[in-house]
Ligand binder design. Structure first.
Ligand SMILES: [Zn+2]
Ligand SMILES: [Zn+2]
Length: 777
C-alpha cells in the first residue's frame, strides 16, 4: 500500500511513500506521519491511500503520530477548498487546521502519578496517626493525583508510599487532563422561556436542522478523489464562497443588543445534541470571556444532554489546548466554543455552527491562509450538512445582502428582552463645544454633567475611546516637524508612563526630545496633540477627584488575569467609571451601567477604507449597547466633529436598515463588496523603486491574462492601481497594491494562484494575495 503525503515544508506537491508492514492498517487519510525527505525527516499529513504509485523506489513512512488520524477527511476537504479559494499552498492550509501543539511529534498528554485506594481483603490495619490522616483523605476521594494529596494532607510522598507498602493503595502513572476551567464552580442553568420573536427564530432554526438531518450525508470514502480536490464552486453576486445545497440552512440572526441571541444559540445546541450531533460556536477572541464560556458550560453541565464543552482560544496554555482538542477528537466534548480557528475543530457529526458577532473583522486571519472564519463556516456547513447561524446586532453588509437576496434566511429580534428599552443616544456637536471653550475639550459640558449625575446616583459609566496612549503625535508648530517612526509611515504616539514615544505598528521606542529635533529649528515649545485613553484618564481624575476610575486597554491589560479581575471589580461596584478601547465595546452586561460616553466618534470615519462608515456604525451601536442593561434606561453621549454623518445619525436612531440602504447606494455605485468581491495584491520590499516596478509589471501581466477580448469570464473585472498602500511603509517595508473586484472570485482566485507561481519578481520583493480582505492598510 502507498500513502500520498502532503509535507509541512510548503512545496505545493504531494509525495508517495510505502506503508511499511508494521504500519499497515494504522495509516489512513488524515494520519500525521514522519517521512524521510532527502537527508531530513519531516512531518506531513496523509491525503490519500492507494494500491500503487506512478513512481518507483518509494521510501517507507518512518512513523505515525497520534493514536487516531488527526485530520478527519471532512476537515481535509475543507483545507483543500481553503487553499484553492484563498490562494495559498495546500500545505499551509493543512497546517492551519491543527493546533501547533497537536501537530508536534511528541504526544502532548501529561502523565501524572495518581493514588488509588485498593479493595481491602481482610481487616483494616491499625495505622500510625499521620498515615491514618492521609488515608482518610484517600478513602473519601478513592482516586486523586499524588501531588494534590501531598498538598492537602500536608505530608510527603514517602508517607504515602508507606500506605502503598501496606497494600492499601496503588500509585501509578496516568494521563491527567489539563482543564483550564477546573477551578470554576459552575452552577447548572435551565432553558429560559423565550419571547415571541426568539421563539419564532428558534423554531425556524430547528426546522432546518431537522431537514438537514434527514438528508443523506455525502459518502466519505477513505481516499479523496480528484473531483473532491477541485470541489465545484458556484458563485454569483456577493454569494457565499460555495453553494452546495439549498440556502435555507444558513441563517442571519439580526438581533439588537440585549435581545437574547445567546439563549437561542443554547437551545439550538440542545437540539443538535438531541439529534446526536455536535456544535461549534465561534466567538471573537475579545468576547471569549470567562462569563461567555460559563454560560455554555452551565447549560450543558448536567441533565440528560450533559456533555463536555471544549474551549479553544489563544489564552490557553499549549498543554490545555492539546487536551481540549483531543477531547473533541475523541468525541467526548461535543460542543466547542472558540475563536477563529475553532472552525476547524474535528466535531463529528456536526449539526450546527454558530458565528456570533459575525460582522467582526477578527474572524479574518491576516496571515496565510488568509481565511475568513465566517465564510469557512458557511462552506463547512454546506459540506457537512450542518445548519449555520450568523448572529449580530450590526450584521456585515455582506451577510445582510445575502439575506436580502434569499441566500440566507433572515431572523430578526427587534426588541430587548425583559422589556428593557434601547438606550437614548444623544449626539454632541464638538465643533460648538470647541468654540465655547476656545479649543476642543475632551469632555463636553453635557457629558461632564451626565457623569456627575451618575456619580451622585451611584450608577456606573463606561467611556470609550479607540486610541490608546496619551497623545497621538508630537509636533512642532514652528517648523511643522512631526515625530514619525523611522520604520513605518505613521506618527509616534506619546505614552506618559515611562515618557516615551511608541510606534503602534512595529513597536519602535524613542525618548521624548526636549527641543524640536530639526537642527535648524530646535524650538523648545514642541507640543503634543490628539487624545488617547491615558489622557482621558488623567483629565477625568482632575474633574472628578473622588471617582474610582479604571482604564482598560492593551497597555494596562498585560497579564492573563487582568481583564477578568477589572471586570469583576466593575461588576461588584468597586469602580465607578471604566475607560477603554475596543476591549470594552462588546458583550459586557452590567445592569448598573446607565451611561456610555463615546469620546471621539469620528475616529474610525477617517480611515482610508471603503468600510469606514460601516465600522463606525457598528462600533457606535455596539458600544451604545452597553448602556441600560438593567432596570434603568440607559443614556449614551456621542461626541463628534461630524455630527450629521449618516453613520452617526443612523446609529443614534438604532436604524440598521436605514444605514444599510444608504450605504448600499455607495457600494453599488463603486462596485465595492458586497456587490463584488475583492482580491488585494500587495507587493512588499525594502527598496521602494523595485516595489513600484514590480507592481507595474504585475499590472501588465494581469491585463494580459484577464482582460483579453476573447475571454468573457471576467467582464465585470475592475483592476485598480497599482498605488501606494494607505500605510506606505510598515516595519521598514514599502507596500504597493493592486485591487481587483469581480463577482467571479472563485475562478479568479484560481487564476491568481497560478499567476503568482509563474510571476518573476526581484528576489527581495514579495507578493501577497488577500481574497476578501477586511484590512486595506
Ligand atoms: Zn521645529
Ligand atoms: Zn514603526
Amino acid at each position: 500500500m502507498i500513502a500520498r503525503v502532503s509535507l509541512e515544508i510548503a512545496l505545493r506537491k504531494e509525495f508517495d511513500y510505502v506503508i511499511p508492514p508494521g504500519l499497515v492498517g494504522q495509516v489512513d487519510v488524515g494520519s500525521r506521519v514522519q517521512v524521510p525527505f532527502g537527508p531530513r525527516k519531516v512531518l506531513g499529513v496523509v491525503t490519500a491511500v492507494a494500491e500503487e504509485s506512478a513512481h518507483a523506489n518509494l521510501k517507507p513512512i518512518l512513523k505515525i503520530i497520534g493514536a487516531q488520524t488527526l485530520v478527519t477527511p471532512k476537515v481535509l476537504k475543507l483545507a483543500r477548498w481553503m487553499a484553492d479559494y484563498y490562494c495559498c499552498a495546500p500545505e499551509i492550509a493543512l497546517k492551519s487546521v491543527l493546533p501547533e501543539v497537536v501537530r508536534q511529534e511528541e504526544s502532548g498528554w501529561r502523565e501524572r502519578l495518581f493514588v488509588r485506594a485498593l479493595p481491602m481483603p481482610g481487616d483494616f490495619p491499625k495505622l500510625p496517626k499521620r498515615q491514618q490522616e492521609v488515608w482518610n483523605i484517600i478513602e473519601e476521594r478513592r482516586e486523586m493525583p499524588l501531588q494534590e494529596l501531598v498538598e492537602s494532607a500536608e505530608t510527603t510522598a514517602a508517607t504515602v508510599r508507606k500506605l502503598e507498602d501496606r497494600g492499601l493503595i496503588e500509585i501509578s502513572s496516568q494521563i491527567s487532563e489539563r482543564d483550564p476551567y477546573a477551578r470554576e464552580e459552575i452552577l447548572p442553568t435551565q432553558p429560559i422561556v423565550l419571547n415571541a420573536s426568539q421563539a419564532t427564530a428558534l423554531k425556524q432554526i430547528i426546522r432546518a436542522m431537522d431537514v438537514c438531518s434527514t438528508r443523506v450525508p455525502r459518502v466519505e470514502s477513505g481516499t479523496v478523489s480528484k473531483e473532491d480536490r477541485g470541489l465545484k464552486i458556484e458563485d454569483g453576486k456577493g454569494a457565499a464562497p460555495a453553494i452546495l445545497h439549498p440556502p435555507s440552512s444558513t441563517f442571519l440572526l439580526h438581533g439588537v443588543t440585549g435581545s437574547g441571541k445567546t439563549e437561542i444559540y443554547l437551545q439550538a445546541i440542545a437540539h443538535a445534541l438531541e439529534q446526536g450531533k455536535g456544535a461549534i460556536v465561534l466567538v471573537p477572541e475579545i468576547s471569549l470571556t470567562p462569563q461567555t464560556v460559563e454560560r455554555f458550560k452551565a447549560r450543558f453541565s448536567s441533565g440528560k444532554l450533559q456533555t463536555l464543552v471544549a474551549v479553544l482560544h489563544s489564552h490557553l496554555s499549549a498543554g490545555e489546548r492539546h487536551d481540549e482538542w483531543h477531547k473533541i477528537r475523541q468525541g467526548r466534548a461535543r460542543i466547542v466554543i472558540g475563536a477563529r480557528s475553532a472552525i476547524f475543530a474535528p466535531v463529528e457529526p456536526l449539526g450546527l455552527i454558530i458565528v456570533d458577532e459575525e460582522h467582526e473583522h477578527t474572524y479574518k486571519q491576516e496571515e496565510a491562509p488568509r481565511y475568513h472564519a465566517r465564510d469557512v463556516a458557511i462552506v463547512r456547513g454546506q459540506m457537512e450538512n450542518a445548519v449555520v447561524v450568523l448572529g449580530s446586532a450590526t450584521p456585515s453588509l455582506e451577510s445582510f445582502y445575502n439575506a436580502s437576496k434569499g441566500k440566507y434566511t433572515l431572523l430578526e429580534l427587534p426588541e430587548r428582552v425583559d422589556d428593557q428599552k434601547m438606550p437614548h443616544v444623544r449626539v454632541v456637536d464638538m465643533r460648538q463645544a470647541a468654540v465655547k471653550e476656545k479649543g476642543p475639550p475632551i469632555f463636553s459640558r453635557q457629558l461632564k454633567d451626565a457623569i456627575s449625575d451618575r456619580l451622585e446616583r451611584g450608577e456606573q459609566t463606561i467611556l470609550f475611546l479607540n486610541r490608546r496612549g496619551y497623545s497621538t503625535s508630537l509636533t512642532c508648530e514652528k517648523c511643522g516637524y512631526v515625530a514619525e517612526c523611522p520604520n513605518c509611515s505613521i506618527s509616534l504616539t506619546y505614552h506618559r508612563t515611562g515618557t516615551k514615544l511608541l510606534c503602534h505598528i512595529c513597536g519602535h521606542l524613542e525618548q521624548v526630545p526636549s527641543v524640536c529635533p530639526n537642527e535648524k529649528c530646535k524650538n523648545p515649545a514642541i507640543r503634543y496633540s490628539g487624545t488617547g485613553t491615558q489622557k482621558v484618564e488623567e483629565v477625568l481624575a482632575k474633574l472628578f477627584p473622588h471617582a474610582r476610575v479604571k482604564r482598560m486597554d492593551a497597555d494596562v491589560m498585560k497579564r492573563k488575569d487582568d481583564y477578568r479581575r477589572v471586570l469583576g471589580d466593575f461588576r461588584v461596584g468597586k469602580i465607578d467609571i471604566l475607560i477603554g478601547t475596543q476591549m470594552i465595546a462588546k458583550g459586557l452586561h452590567f445592569p448598573n451601567v446607565t451611561l456610555v460616553g463615546i469620546i471621539y466618534a469620528d475616529l474610525a470615519l477617517h480611515q482610508p477604507d471603503f468600510r469606514a462608515g460601516e465600522r463606525t456604525f457598528q462600533l457606535l451601536t455596539q458600544v451604545s449597547g452597553r448602556a441600560g442593561r438593567g432596570d434603568v434606561e440607559g443614556e449614551v453621549f456621542v461626541q463628534s466633529f461630524t455630527p450629521f454623518h449618516p453613520a452617526i445619525q443612523f446609529a443614534r436612531r438604532h436604524d440598521f436598515n436605514g444605514f444599510y440602504e444608504q450605504e448600499m447606494e455607495f457600494r453599488e455605485q463603486l462596485k465595492y463588496p458586497p456587490v463584488s468581491r475583492v482580491a488585494l495584491l500587495t507587493l512588499k520590499g525594502r527598496n521602494e523603486e523595485k516595489v513600484k516596478f514590480s507592481a507595474d509589471h504585475l499590472k501588465r501581466e494581469l491585463e494580459k491574462r484577464l482582460v483579453t477580448p476573447k475571454d468573457s469570464r471576467y467582464k465585470d473585472l475592475i483592476i485598480a492601481g497599482p498605488a501606494p498602500a494607505p500605510l506606505l511603509k510598515a516595519e521598514s517595508f514599502y507596500r504597493h497594491q493592486i485591487m481587483l473586484r469581480t463577482t467571479k472570485m472563485s475562478a479568479l482566485s484560481r487564476e491568481l494562484s497560478l499567476m503568482a507561481q509563474a510571476l518573476a519578481l526581484p528576489e527581495d520583493v514579495t507578493l501577497t494575495i488577500d481574497i476578501d480582505p477586511v484590512n486595506l492598510g
